[in-house]
Design a protein around this ligand. Structure first.
Ligand SMILES: [Zn+2]
Length: 122
């Protein structure tokens, strides 16, 4: 299913598609931490790192962590132990990721240079 989603994002350019708008952005004009993530993923799949960072830097920078978490969870489920670390630390990790997302949300909505670069284009 993940591979199908990645393949679809490789083929289809979200900037050219009539995708549903983010609910928060549609209602308030504010950017949530996920705004631009679809376009960023499409840009990454085509090797355009700088474009992807401009679309959603938090998403791009957190992908290695998400990949690691997915692999660690898979190993935990199949072999009974994670790749690294203590699974009891998950609540702390979730809190850190949530705090980073909240901070990113606030910063990307501040209309001051250079913070405006965190907002997705157009
Ligand atoms: Zn959004």
């Amino acid at each position: 299913m993940l591979a199908a989603g990645v393949a679809l994002l490789w083929w289809l350019d979200p900037a050219q598609m009539p995708l549903p708008l983010c609910g928060l952005h549609a209602l308030t004009g504010l950017y949530c931490p996920g705004c631009g993530a679809t376009r960023a993923t499409h840009a990454l799949l085509h090797g355009h790192l700088m474009e992807a960072l401009h679309d959603n830097a938090l998403w791009v920078l957190s992908l290695p962590l998400a990949l690691y978490a997915g692999l660690s969870e898979w190993r935990w489920q199949t072999a009974g132990r994670p790749l690294w670390g203590d699974p009891s630390h998950r609540p702390s990790l979730i809190a850190i990721v949530g705090a980073a997302a909240l901070l990113f949300s606030v910063l990307r909505n501040v209309p001051v240079y250079p913070l405006v670069l965190l907002a997705p284009p157009g």
